[in-house]
Design a protein around this ligand. Structure first.
Ligand SMILES: Cc1cc2nc3c(=O)[nH]c(=O)nc-3n(C[C@H](O)[C@H](O)[C@H](O)COP(=O)(O)OP(=O)(O)OC[C@H]3O[C@@H](n4cnc5c(N)ncnc54)[C@H](O)[C@@H]3O)c2cc1C
Length: 626
């Protein structure tokens, strides 16, 4: 048998694997994507949605870097909603309901269109390592496929065990077998492995739901797509529906606590605190009798409905009972029961920030296998692993996105320095410089980097530059266009702000909390061809100018501090307010300057600022040369 040989092998065809394979192949490497089933590339095993708070920031960053998730989401979106529109710009986000069948079809078509990529069906059961060097992977058919670089993106499949009541079925997700052997192969390299859990609700048949008693949740009239290369075509948009549980659901679930795998010791893995099952919610908040349930369609032509909020691993008969207790779902037919999945994950602290393993050169891990949860988190890691494996192949340094440049950087830094003790998901609160990391400026932060890497095409790079020119012209126009006192007063009344004492520029007018860019557009004061997301960026940068400048100053200060030397015999214990763990880490590694110190796992920006202040103090008090 001839051995197949590639530059890079990606194991897994979920969100991390597809993104990694697309990046590596686009960068010109001969790439194989090996997956258990080629029928479900980019499968969404849980909610049919992409985006949401902090997650949409990731999607936009992926898109700006030249990744694929944003474009595919736009091609498959059946409802867009803007979240947190009344809150500050850092937390505004986009969420799209996705036709998950179309998403898989679009992903399959895209991957098959990439010339350097070969998609293979098979299960990888181990790594082939020779004298400490990675040779490739071993499949269940005992075939060895060669590649000096391998990216593992196996999601929830490693020794996956599905739970529905007391029935336990081996599986990676429902309907697909688990991955056996690979987890042991990783452990044999010395990679610490752990066990986590996640769950999903039952799926319901649409025409058995009584929508007349539910609240309709239409999408936004103004569609805001993810991809900066848009606007692209928009599929017909549909509504979701909202209903609420009643006290009857609490009674049914409380009566079944003893049969809940989560409570009777059957499930050992740790689940996501922020995304609890319905039985968890009832146990923790027994007095809360009303929980909202969003009924989300899974596709345009599909009759499958995802009842968001009802994740469960209770026995089937209890699922039937509690579903039928919910108004609108009295007659709902369950198409597939909810279940929980327990799976092995690899400690991400055993990875470099490039996502390469510290235990084996050439081995990279990305996605849920690193203890994260969520399609967007997986895709962002997959993209970076694909980029870095491809760069390593041609002898280039890895790309490490700093925390102040993108959520991708925040997440990877969190994972590789602090590790996980529950499925990790991204929140805006995880970022120190939230106002710099907005959705509306993801292209400004990362398109240049994507172009330099080689993933952003020349056409998209030029389009970005045109957008920048439009943006700058619009900013100038706001600054220079003055409206008369009379007109300013008229407009102030219209938007409900105090009439000014003198005529204002549009910029001054927009600085007021009550005035939005959209309202200026409605009043015919700005060019209607300025894209709305660009207007939002202008609004954020004008309204929050002071805060943004402050965060940028801090980032600049930290960047400058990197070069400050640390004396060789420096006693870290003398720094007041310094944590013991920082002292231990710095003592053990003895960094030569603050830049090196900042790259040590667990040494946070605040540790660096405290240390810098102390070093500055000693310098000020040390005798000056005469
Ligand atoms: C039941 C369930 C509930 C979930 N609930 C939520 C939720 O509420 N919120 C949330 O954010 N996320 C949830 N998720 C997680 C979300 O689905 C994942 O985070 C995301 O899909 C992870 O992407 P990934 O690419 O890392 O892995 P996956 O999407 O799981 O893809 C793994 C891929 O690897 C392949 N594979 C595995 N082992 C091998 C092998 N040995 N050889 C070859 N191929 C292999 C599989 O075939 C698959 O293609 C849930 C997942 C499941 C299964």
């Amino acid at each position: 048998m001839t051995e197949q040989s590639f530059d890079i092998i990606v194991v897994g065809g979920g969100h991390a694997g597809c993104e990694a394979a697309a990046a590596a192949a686009t960068l010109g490497l001969s790439t194989a994507l090996i997956t258990i089933s080629t029928e479900n590339l980019g499968e969404m095993p849980c909610n049919p949605a992409i985006g949401g708070i902090a997650k949409s920031h990731l999607v936009k960053e992926i898109d700006a870097l030249g990744g694929i998730m944003g474009r595919l989401a736009d091609q498959s979106a059946i409802q867009y909603r803007r979240l947190n529109t009344r809150k500050g710009p850092a937390v505004r986000a986009t969420r799209a309901q996705i036709d998950r069948f179309r998403y898989v079809r679009n992903m399959t078509a895209l991957l098959h269109s990439l010339p350097g990529l070969t998609v293979l069906q098979g299960e990888v059961v181990g790594l082939s390592v020779d004298a400490g060097a990675l040779r490739g992977v071993i499949t269940r058919g005992e075939e060895i496929i060669l590649a000096p670089r391998v990216i593992i993106t196996t999601g929830t499949y490693l020794n996956g065990l599905l739970h529905v009541g007391d029935s336990m079925i081996e599986g990676g997700i429902w309907g697909f077998p688990p991955s056996r052997g690979l987890s042991e192969s990783l452990a044999a390299l010395g990679i610490p492995m752990g066990r986590l859990k996640t769950g999903t609700p039952p799926r319901l048949k649409s025409d058995t739901i009584d929508y007349s008693v539910c609240e309709e949740q239409p999408g936004d009239p103004l569609v805001r797509q993810f991809s900066f290369s848009g606007p692209g075509p928009v599929l017909p948009q549909v509504s979701c529906h909202l209903t609420w549980t009643t006290g009857d659901l609490n009674t049914i679930i409380e009566g079944g606590f003893d049969r809940a795998p989560l409570f009777n010791g059957q499930i050992g893995g740790v689940g996501p605190r922020y995304c609890p099952s319905i039985e968890d919610k009832i146990k923790k908040f027994p007095d809360r009798l009303r929980h909202h349930i969003f009924l989300e369609p899974e596709g345009l032509e599909s009759d499958w409905v995802y009842p968001n909020g009802l994740s469960t691993s209770l026995p089937r008969e209890l699922q039937e009972d509690f579903i039928h207790s919910v108004p609108g779902l009295e007659k709902a037919k369950i198409l597939r029961y909810g279940y929980a999945v327990e799976y092995d994950f690899a400690d991400p602290k055993a990875l470099y920030p490039s996502l390469e393993s510290k235990h084996l050169r050439g081995l990279y891990l990305a996605g849920q296998v690193n203890g994260t949860s969520g399609y967007e988190e997986a895709a962002a890691q997959g993209l970076m692993a694909g980029i870095n494996a491809a760069r390593a192949h041609v002898g280039k340094d890895p790309v490490i996105i700093p925390r102040h440049q993108g959520y991708v950087g925040v997440m990877i830094d969190d994972l590789t320095t602090a590790g996980v003790d529950e499925p990790y998901r991204l929140f805006t609160s995880r970022a120190e410089y939230r106002l710099l990391l907005r959705e509306d400026n993801a292209d400004v932060r990362l398109t240049g980097l994507g172009y330099e890497i080689g993933l952003v095409s020349k056409k998209d790079w030029e389009a970005f530059q045109v957008r920048q020119t439009i943006f700058e012209a619009a900013a100038k126009m706001l600054q220079t266009t003055k409206i008369s006192l009379e007109k300013s007063g008229e407009l102030a009344l219209k938007v409900g702000t105090t009439p000014p004492k003198e005529g204002l520029t549009l910029r001054e007018f927009l600085k007021r909390p009550e005035v939005t860019f959209a309202s200026l557009m409605e009043m015919g004061l700005v060019d209607p061809s300025i894209p709305i997301y660009m207007g939002e960026r202008l609004e954020s940068e004008i309204k929050y100018e002071g805060y943004i400048d402050h965060q940028q100053d801090e980032v600049d200060r930290l960047t400058k501090l990197q070069r400050v030397p640390i004396p060789k015999d420096f006693d870290y214990a003398l720094v007041s307010g310094f944590r013991t763990e920082w002292i231990q880490k710095l003592k053990a590694q003895r960094p030569a300057n603050l830049g090196e110190a900042a790259r040590i796992s667990g040494i946070t920006p605040s540790a660096i600022i405290t240390l810098a202040a102390y070093l500055d103090q000693i310098k000020a008090h040390s005798p000056q040369p005469k």
